[in-house]
Design a protein around this ligand. Structure first.
Ligand SMILES: Nc1ncnc2c1ncn2[C@@H]1O[C@H](COP(=O)(O)OP(=O)(O)OP(=O)(O)O)[C@@H](O)[C@H]1O
Ligand SMILES: [Mg+2]
Length: 403
């Protein structure tokens, strides 16, 4: 006869069912944690592989209340939630991690900038703008080009526009403002490298930082991760300090990812995500404890795991087929023939420009490790843009038509 365990498994609810939830699920399996998902469709990346899926809108009070009722803690795969709903759940005594307060900051780039500045941390000049006049005045004051951003809802460079002059600024304002887009103006930064630092933080404040990673961005989309980032120890230490300061400052619980610019030898903060993040995918094979496992540990208020690198060098390449690319499923067996590369496919429908998976290689030499990961990625999804260290190469007025 089987003996029933007196202990029941911990239960975590995740709002959203994209690839981040899917990879969190992989860590949950190892720890014996039950995951319940709130998905909008059974075809979503994580919903395809999870036993407990409810369908509902991420902003629905009823849907979230049911999820919270079934779980010890509720966490998130994305920021597209209603903070008012989260506040009501907190008032009802539900465990929302990260908190409504942290999610409010995470979903608004204007609020983020204001909080970073209030903490005395380095940010580019910025200003929320409500009219074309405000935007043009900002450019005249700070100098052109100006970067305009949608304060909410942007991703992969959608909702980011580089404005060369007053005419392009007026043009963007004329399209975006009537469409209800709240804009933030920022000084354009001459970026040498883009970096990211991840922090895992428990509710009581215990926290660990991950090794600083370089995020190679092309046209506003993260294409590759290189860890450790090729920067001085002083820059790495400063980035970790900034990350911890922000995590404490906004009371983060779980993973916090902070995107940074390195410009003229100085760090400036770009933005944050209060959840596992694309910039932490290298940690699955690359670190002793992945960002997904530490997110679960933090959300459940369990001890955090070591973030030490498992190899001198780690490279991750996102699978984002270009216009001449193909579905990663087509050449999977060939890519698996590349020695020492781990493949992650998200089971998302093929569409050029979409992140469909990633590959990670570990090695001793950064150039060889990166080349190996790129070889597998090219077999899987087609030609990659050339290796580039021009991360701020987002084109002028990119995405203006989408506003
Ligand atoms: N002030 C700036 N100066 C120069 N380049 C910038 C600036 N702000 C953003 N960028 C470039 O645009 C990219 C996208 O900006 P940002 O990270 O704000 O947008 P996002 O679309 O929300 O990104 P994500 O996909 O990380 O959510 C940055 O990674 C960087 O390459
Ligand atoms: Mg970003």
């Amino acid at each position: 006869m089987q003996r029933e365990s007196a202990e029941r498994a911990a239960r975590v609810g995740i709002v959203g069912a994209g690839q981040l939830a899917r990879m969190t699920l992989q860590s949950a399996i190892a720890l014996g944690v039950d995951v319940h998902l709130l998905a909008t469709s059974p075809d979503e990346s994580a919903a395809r592989v999870c036993a407990n899926v409810s369908l509902g809108a991420p902003a629905s009070y009823e849907a979230l209340a049911a999820l919270a009722e079934a779980c010890d803690a509720v966490t998130f795969d994305h920021e597209l939630v209603d903070v008012g709903v989260l506040r009501r759940l907190e008032q009802a005594g539900r465990c929302i991690r990260p908190s409504a307060e942290t999610m409010a900051v995470a979903q608004n780039k204007g609020l983020q900038r204001a909080r970073f500045a209030a903490l005395g941390l380095p940010v580019p000049a910025f200003q929320p703008v409500g009219t074309a006049r405000d935007l043009v005045d900002f450019g005249e004051r700070e100098g052109w080009p100006v970067v305009a951003k949608a304060q909410r809802g942007g991703y992969d460079g959608r909702g980011v526009w580089v404005l060369a002059d007053a005419a392009t600024a007026r043009d963007l304002a004329a399209r975006a403002i009537p469409a209800g887009v709240e804009l933030l103006a920022e000084a354009w930064v001459p970026v040498d490298r883009e970096l990211a630092v991840l922090i895992a933080r428990r509710p009581g404040g215990d926290a660990v930082t991950y090794p600083l990673v370089e995020t190679v961005q092309i046209e506003g989309i993260c294409r590759e991760l290189l860890a450790p980032a090729p920067v001085s120890g002083a820059i790495e230490a400063e980035a970790r300090r900034i990350g911890l300061r922000i995590a404490d400052g906004i009371g983060a619980t779980g993973i916090l990812a902070v995107e940074l610019f390195l410009a003229k030898g100085r760090l400036l903060i770009n933005e944050l995500a209060a959840r596992p993040h694309n910039s932490g995918h290298f940690s699955i094979e690359g670190c002793v404890t992945s960002q997904f496992e530490n997110h679960l540990r933090a959300v459940l208020d369990w001890p955090l795991g070591s973030t030490a690198l498992r190899a001198p060098s780690v490279a991750t390449v996102n699978l984002i087929p270009g216009p001449n690319g193909w579905d990663p499923l087509r050449h999977l067996p060939e890519a698996l023939g590349v020695e020492g590369v781990s493949v992650h496919l998200y089971q998302k429908g093929f569409r050029p420009g979409r992140k469909l998976g990633h590959v990670t290689a570990l090695g001793d030499d950064p150039a060889e490790t990166r080349a190996r990961a790129r070889r597998a990625a090219e077999l899987l999804a087609g030609p990659l843009p050339p290796e580039s260290h021009q991360p701020s190469a987002i084109s002028h007025q990119r995405g203006a038509a989408d506003a």
